[in-house]
Design a protein around this ligand. Structure first.
Ligand code: GDP
Ligand code: ZN
Length: 312
C-alpha cells in the first residue's frame, strides 16, 4: 500500500489519531525523531499537522508517520516540566476563538488582552465570543457594549452567544464554517456547551471521556480536532487556560497592539518603550483618547511580566 497524507486529529503521547485525505482514520506512531524548524519541542507532532503516513503492512488502520509537511503557523506554550522547551499545541490554524464571560466566571480584560497579544504574535487572527448572554441584566449588556466598542474597531469580531438559548449561534457557525479554529477560554465559560450546540453527537464524546478519565488520568489535557457539520474544524484544548506569550521581548510588545502598531515609528526615540519617554506618539494618542486607557494598562502589565530586552 502506498504512502498517503493525512491530518493529525489527536496526540496522546506516542500515538496519534490521523485522518487521511479520503476520510479514513488511522492510529499512527512517529518513525524516528522529528526536528521541525530547528526548535526543541516536547511533542514534535501536533494536532493540525499535515503528515505523510506509511501504512504498516498486515495491520489494519495502523501506520507510521514518516514526515511532517511545512506548517502554515502554530501556537505553543512553555513546557510545564522544561522551561527552555516549548510544547506545540496546534498548527495550521485559520483563527483562534476566545470564549469569555462577563459573569460566572468573569473573564478579565487583562486576560482577553493577553490572548490577543499571543494571537497577534503567532499571526493567528482572533475572534471573541462572550457567552452566557442569557444571564445578562442591563449592567452586563452595557459591559458587553463597552467591550465591543474597544475590540471591534481593532479588528476583533465579538459576538454575544448563549449555548442555553441559541443566541448568536448562527453567527458563530458562520464565523467557523470552512475554517480551522482553535478554541480557548477559562474553564466554566461554556466551551463544551457551545461545541455541543454546534456539533450534533459531540455530547456523546464528552460523556464518554468524562466517564473514563478518572482522577490522575491526563486525557483532558490533549488537544483534539473535530469536524464541523458545515465543513471546517475546531480544535479543543481542554485544561489549557491560555496559550503563552513565549519568547517575546519587551521591544516587540507594542507591535502586537493594532492601535499602537502604526504609531510606533512616530515616537521621538526609535527604541521608545512608550513609558515616560518624551515625544512618545503612543502616550500622545492615549491622552487624546485614541488609545483606550485599559488597553494601555494591559500593555504596561504585560510589559512588566516580560524579560528585559537583550541589549539592556
Ligand atoms: P467549559 O469548561 O468552558 O467547557 O464550560 P461548560 O460547557 O462545561 O459549561 C460550564 C457551565 O456553564 C455548565 O454548567 C453549563 O451548563 C453552563 N453554561 C454553558 N453555557 C451557558 C450559557 O450560554 N448560558 C448559561 N446560563 N449557562 C451556560
Ligand atoms: Zn513611544
Amino acid at each position: 500500500m502506498s504512502n498517503l497524507t493525512g491530518t493529525v486529529y489527536r496526540s496522546t503521547g506516542s500515538w496519534y489519531d490521523v485522518k487521511d485525505i479520503h476520510g479514513k482514520d488511522w492510529r499512527a506512531r512517529a518513525r524516528g525523531v522529528f526536528k521541525v524548524e530547528g526548535i526543541t519541542s516536547t511533542n514534535p507532532i501536533a494536532v493540525g499537522d499535515e503528515v505523510v503516513l506509511e501504512p504498516e503492512p498486515g495491520q489494519e488502520e495502523v501506520a507510521q508517520i514518516i514526515d511532517i509537511l511545512p506548517r502554515q503557523n502554530y501556537i505553543s506554550r512553555q513546557s510545564p516540566s522544561h522551561r527552555k522547551q516549548h510544547h506545540i499545541v496546534a498548527s495550521n490554524l485559520h483563527q483562534s476563538l476566545l470564549v469569555a464571560t462577563i459573569k460566572n466566571p468573569r473573564t478579565s480584560t487583562g486576560f482577553i488582552d493577553r490572548f490577543l497579544i499571543a494571537a497577534e504574535a503567532y499571526h493567528v487572527p482572533a475572534v471573541l465570543a462572550v457567552n452566557k448572554a442569557d444571564t445578562w441584566s442591563k449592567k452586563e449588556e452595557e459591559i458587553f457594549a463597552a467591550w465591543q466598542g474597544i475590540y471591534e474597531p481593532l479588528g476583533y469580531a465579538m459576538l454575544a452567544t448563549s449555548a442555553a438559548t441559541g443566541q448568536g449561534l448562527p453567527q458563530l457557525k458562520a464565523m467557523l464554517a470552512g475554517k480551522t479554529t482553535l478554541i480557548s477560554g477559562h474553564s466554566g465559560v461554556g466551551k463544551s456547551s457551545l461545541l455541543n450546540a454546534l456539533m450534533p453527537g459531540f455530547s456523546l464524546r464528552t460523556k464518554e471521556v468524562s466517564q473514563w478519565s478518572g482522577k490522575g488520568m491526563h486525557t483532558t489535557t490533549f488537544a483534539q480536532m473535530f469536524d464541523l457539520p458545515e465543513g471546517g474544524h475546531v480544535i479543543d484544548t481542554p485544561g489549557m487556560r491560555e496559550f503563552g506569550i513565549v519568547h517575546m521581548e519587551r521591544a516587540e510588545l507594542s507591535h502586537y497592539f493594532p492601535e499602537m502598531r502604526n504609531l510606533i515609528h512616530q515616537c521621538q526615540f526609535n527604541n521608545c518603550q512608550h513609558l515616560e519617554e518624551p515625544g512618545c506618539a503612543i502616550k500622545a494618542a492615549l491622552e487624546a483618547g485614541q488609545i483606550n486607557a485599559n488597553r494601555y494598562l494591559g500593555y504596561l502589565s504585560v510589559f512588566d511580566s516580560l524579560p528585559q530586552n537583550h541589549w539592556e
